[in-house]
Design a protein around this ligand. Structure first.
Ligand code: NZQ
Ligand code: ZN
Length: 395
């Protein structure tokens, strides 16, 4: 079935070797004059990328300030610091150099600059954003898809609340993607990225009321691409084809392509379940997803076993039998095995966390915004369901 849709992907993608040297020209194209270069803890400096960027900006006659220190699960306190710095320095363009955390931190700074008042209000659903300062990204990690998505996810240290916010106004003006910049990633981060890329498409695949035929085909091709290339990167981190395919998959998985025409924007319960794990235990997002997915899938598949059976057949080339229930379970098993083959955790124990009963209840309550919403589309989930999924994910 096909539903009406709006597909909006305004980001200019500049993909390939040495593309980061074009950054100054691109910022000028988008009318930036004074730039905030925002980055993470160490990798962009260590690799020499920051120096290269600064050279390009200077050559283009652009003024700049820098702010590093973004950590995975980016924090609100640094966002506040960034907003104050940009106001003081008269910054008019934000450049994110890094992965999802840096891009998301930039988006939050952009909201804080454009809109009056406390920026957390928007993540806390107290107010609605009117716009965002312009952002460009130089991607160094194929994972979150923030370089083309409308989302940003910020953690408020007060209460360990991790909250996402969607607005088209935050979509990057441009995204520079040089697959070679991802060669330096530790294997764990590469595989966390592979899981996250898959999950952005899988969340959109498992809808309650069906998907557009072409969109299913695109989703299956994207998933097969990650399944083909991610294992190769385990032994050969500088495999250009593998890095390039993962990088493009990261963007396509979260720019709306794999939900266009579907009956809903997707399920997203595994993501919401993970966000609370990340907020409380500060784990890597992709690892949190692989640790919770199996429990979620096992809990919900009976709502429509044939959808899971179809997933197993199309994505993992599993044979179909006359027993749809068995085929669905085989699909879940194949996904779990694949994540394990990437050395990703497939339960909370393997993720290295052991939530207490009280912590599980707290995460479930936070997931429902303290009773204000249910989760899921494939199967609607309330607090008790979420508690059961967290518990079943323990081992
Ligand atoms: O800080 P540095 O030193 O750069 O190290 C980072 C960080 O420790 C490292 N890294 C990045 N590029 C590297 C590198 N190390 C070596 N070489 C490189 N080229 O990788 C670590 C993880 O980086 P991070 O940006 O946190 O990873 P990711 O891209 O997976 O982003 C995760 C965040 O994005 C959010 C997640 O919840 C999480 O907070 N998400 C954002 C989304 C969005 N905006 O659309 C959607 C996602 O579902 C997700 O929720
Ligand atoms: Zn994700």
């Amino acid at each position: 079935m096909t539903s009406d849709f709006t597909y909006y992907t305004p980001t200019k993608v500049v993909f390939g070797k040495n593309t980061e040297s074009q950054v100054g020209t691109l910022i000028k194209e988008f009318k930036g004059k004074k730039v905030l270069i925002h980055y993470g803890s160490a990798s962009a400096k260590r690799s020499g990328l920051l120096d290269k960027i600064i050279t390009s900006l200077i050559q283009s006659g652009l003024d700049y300030v820098t702010l590093g220190g973004v950590v995975p699960n980016p924090r609100l306190s640094l966002v506040h610091e960034g907003i104050a710095l940009c106001k003081q320095e008269g910054v008019d363009f934000l450049l994110a150099v890094g992965g999802g955390s840096v891009i998301d931190s930039c988006k939050a700074i952009g909201y804080g600059l454009y809109n009056e008042g406390e920026v957390w209000d928007f993540y806390d659903r107290k107010r609605v954003v009117n716009g965002c300062y312009p952002i460009g990204a130089i991607l160094t990690l194929a994972a979150a898809g923030s370089e083309m998505s409308s989302s940003s996810v910020i953690t408020n240290e007060e209460g360990d609340l991790k909250r996402g916010l969607n607005s088209d106004t935050s979509r990057c003006r441009f995204a520079i993607m040089n697959p070679e910049l991802t060669y330096t990633l530790p294997p764990y981060q590469t595989m966390c990225g592979a899981v996250d890329i898959m999950m952005h498409t899988m969340e959109r695949y498992f809808t309650a009321k069906g998907n557009m035929f072409i969109t299913d085909g695109l989703a299956e091709a994207l998933l097969k691409t990650v399944i083909y290339y991610a294992p190769k990167l385990k032994n050969k981190p500088d495999d250009y084809e593998g890095r390039a395919n993962l990088m493009w998959a990261s963007s396509l998985s979260h720019n709306g392509l794999t939900s266009a025409g579907n009956s809903s924007p997707g399920d997203w319960a595994p993501h919401q379940l993970e966000h609370e794990i990340g907020g409380m235990f500060d784990v890597a997002h992709g690892a949190g997803l692989s640790a919770i997915w199996n429990s979620w899938a096992t809990y919900v598949y009976a709502n429509n076993p044939s959808r899971f059976a179809n997933f197993g057949e199309k994505v993992f080339d599993l044979p179909r039998t006359k027993n749809v229930e068995a085929d669905a379970l085989a699909a879940i098993e194949a996904t779990k095995d694949f994540f394990a083959s990437l050395d990703m955790p497939i339960n909370l124990n393997q993720l290295g966390i052991h939530p207490t009963e009280a912590q599980i209840v707290e995460m479930a309550e936070k997931c429902t915004f303290f009773g204000k919403r249910t989760l899921g589309d494939f199967k609607t989930l309330g607090k008790e369901d979420l508690i059961a999924i967290y518990k079943n994910a323990e081992k």
